[in-house]
Design a protein around this ligand. Structure first.
Ligand SMILES: Nc1ncnc2c1ncn2[C@@H]1O[C@H](COP(=O)(O)OP(=O)(O)OP(=O)(O)O)[C@@H](O)[C@H]1O
Length: 318
């Protein structure tokens, strides 16, 4: 059994909003999963499903309201000291959605890479630092001399995203949390970025938590997929589950993805307004939109059913 790099155990996260915290947002409910060494785990979900909350919990920006975060089997849920975090970020790095937002427009794009070398004292020698950065840029297909004096507005989103990945790689991390890394880059360069992640996995054994909302992207790059809906994992299994989904939400996602070889009349089975339920739901989070809804889905939380090496949280498979 391959070693677990990161693990969430029964993690829930609530945010209190409004005067005196009167409104409670349940961003995550009882989420459990792990990412093993050299594995790409895809976290798929629509906007507001809790993907970034998971990313921020792993990157120690948010603390779970309950449950545990483990790094290499050690419970690190409540450890926030500066010395721990500095060491932790040598092992766990993030790459984010907006490549332009990740760079300070007033600085050259390589300055943050030199910052990493200095902050982590990777070397004190300037020539060696340049060599290190040159080598990590080459790993992601960027030529050091071509970008040396450039600012972010002079480069494409894809080039900046590659530089962000090189920056994350400098500390030789075990895990990269890639939060929607291709959703803001040109469609024509998306596969190149995904191929970099696949290369990092294969050649360096780096683990990647790949967060996204696009089925094709997630299927292409992930070994395993978790489908998140309103803060709950509703379906989980090998990437192939996206070709043959069980959960009605995953089915809806799959059927609402346009395919270039089919006219829309053949593809769309779920029409807006067909199944919506406006009453109070205390059972399945998807019950208000589910075309297979039964009475118990409204009042009783579905069990997690294990079937053929995959898991689905739905009363249909009881
Ligand atoms: N800091 C916060 N304060 C209050 N509510 C928050 C906060 N962060 C997230 N939420 C809420 O938690 C839920 C999950 O948000 P999250 O950003 O994790 O979703 P997401 O799947 O990443 O969506 P997106 O792709 O739009 O970022 C949402 O209802 C969101 O409004």
């Amino acid at each position: 059994m391959s070693e677990k790099i990161i693990e969430l155990r029964n993690v829930s996260k609530t945010f209190k909003l409004g005067l005196f915290g009167s409104t409670v947002v349940q961003a995550l409910s009882d989420v459990s999963f792990d990412v093993k060494k050299g594995e790409i785990v895809g976290l798929l979900g629509e906007s507001g499903s809790g993907k970034s909350t998971i990313s921020r919990i792993i990157l120690k920006v948010y603390k779970p309201s309950s449950g545990q975060l483990l790094f290499r089997d050690k419970d690190i849920t409540n450890i926030y000291s500066a010395s721990f975090l500095k060491n932790y970020y040598k092992h766990v790095q993030g790459v984010f959605q907006d490549p332009y937002g990740s760079f300070n427009p007033r600085r050259t794009v390589l300055e943050p890479l030199f910052d990493v070398v200095n902050n982590y004292e990777l070397t004190h020698d300037k020539v060696e630092a340049e060599g290190m950065i040159r080598q990590h840029l080459e790993m992601v297909g960027i030529n050091y001399d071509e970008v040396l004096h450039k600012h972010s507005h002079e480069l494409s989103g894809g080039q900046l995203q590659r530089i962000s990945i090189a920056r994350a790689l400098l500390v030789k991390p075990d895990l990269i949390v890639a939060d929607e890394p291709v959703s803001m880059v040109d469609a024509s360069t998306r596969v190149d970025i995904l191929n970099i992640f696949l290369d990092l996995k294969q050649k360096l054994g780096i683990s990647i938590l790949l967060i996204g909302h696009d089925l094709a992207t997630m299927h292409y790059a992930s070994d395993r997929i978790l489908v998140l809906y309103k803060g709950q994992v509703v379906e989980e299994g090998p990437a192939s589950i996206l070709l043959d989904p069980l959960h009605p939400y995953t089915k809806m996602l799959s059927e609402s993805t346009p395919s270039i070889d089919k006219p829309w009349e053949e593809k769309i089975k779920y029409r807006p307004g067909k199944v919506e339920f406006a009453g109070k739901i205390t059972g399945c989070p998807f019950a208000d939109r589910c075309p297979y809804r039964m009475d118990k889905c409204i009042t009783q939380a579905p069990p997690v059913i294990t079937k053929d090496g995959r898991k689905v949280k739905c009363w249909l498979y009881e």
